[in-house]
Write a protein that binds this ligand. Structure first.
Ligand code: NAD
Length: 277
């Protein structure tokens, strides 16, 4: 495993296991399988409704919780009472701290919620705090008017949505980049079939998924791919035994379409949709 060091000195693995859309037994089994395969980071969220199943998967894995890097997020519908939401997440996960606690979306009263996250951090309930889906202006605003700067911004990032401009601001402000939907949620089959990706997969005897995950990690982003298939779970972790050359990185950079799959916060239809969660 490779790591990146957050702005408070905490080390975060460069690959983690995503759990969006997973629940119950399936979720617990996939988390246990991933941890046994070697993953040391698991990403969940209040909004996924699966924190108890993630906690169960951790216990089933037999690996000491202290060896793991656990990430959860407060849903924006809980921002007025984020302290209580954090307490519920910790109870569901069966732990007294998480390694990274995020605000899930820049909606609702995010300032009140951020101050509750700062308190949770001060009380040792989170080793680091951060945000998700924050655009650069929202990130800069939060940093300018609060005591603790976010350690991480978790944003959709994949071959077709590389976030180069967002990343420049994150780097400038010392905010680590965590790439969600790094495989395009499985809805972008064309990414896997890009001739450049296929050629690199052949050259390095890797799969297209491994090439894309290696690309993002070589660019300094942490990736959190999701799968319930044992072969894919293993494959998505085995990406550190090859490196793309400078020219190959440039070729993949050219494939950016600047197109997120998931709605932007300023999109009114997306806000409408999110309120129905
Ligand atoms: P993803 O990009 O990880 O894609 C998952 C899909 O890719 C699944 O359908 C899976 O079957 C397929 N897949 C996985 N490994 C593969 C492989 N090796 N080869 C071929 N297909 C493969 O999508 P995701 O789950 O949406 O994103 C990853 C994680 O990011 C989530 O599980 C969640 O933890 C997090 N996330 C966060 C937010 C947010 O708002 N912060 C939003 C979405 C996802």
């Amino acid at each position: 495993m490779e790591y990146q060091t957050l702005n408070n000195g905490v080390r975060m693995p460069l690959v983690g296991f995503g759990t969006f859309m997973l629940g119950g037994e399936t979720c617990a089994a996939a988390v246990a399988q991933a941890i046994r395969a070697g993953y040391r980071m698991v990403d969940t969220a209040e909004a996924y409704g699966n924190e108890a199943a993630v906690g169960e998967g951790i216990r089933q894995s037999g690996v000491d919780r202290k060896e793991l890097f656990l990430v959860t997020k407060v849903n924006f519908t809980s921002y007025e009472d984020a302290g209580q939401a954090v307490a519920c997440s910790l109870a569901a996960l069966g732990t007294d701290y998480v390694d990274l606690l995020l605000l899930h979306w820049p909606f609702a009263n995010r300032y009140a919620a951020w101050r509750e996250l700062e308190k949770a951090y001060a009380q040792g309930k989170a080793r680091a705090i951060g945000v998700s889906n924050f655009e650069p202006d929202q990130l800069l605003d939060l940093i300018a008017y609060n005591g603790v700067a976010p350690a991480v911004n978790q944003v959709e990032t994949n071959l077709y949505c590389q976030r180069v401009d967002d990343r420049a601001w994150m780097d400038k402000k010392g905010v680590a980049h965590m790439a969600y939907a790094p495989l395009g949620q499985g809805n972008r089959a064309q990414m896997f079939d890009e001739p450049a990706v296929r050629a690199l997969a052949e050259k390095y005897e890797k799969t297209p998924a491994q090439v894309m995950l290696r690309y993002l990690t070589q660019k300094g982003a942490t990736v959190i791919p999701r799968s319930v298939q044992p072969a894919h779970i293993q494959e998505n972790l085995d990406i550190f035994d090859f490196s793309l050359t400078h020219a190959e990185l440039a070729t993949l950079a050219d494939l950016d379409k600047h197109e997120p799959l998931i709605g932007k916060p300023e999109d009114p239809e997306f806000v409408e949709f999110s309120l129905t969660w």
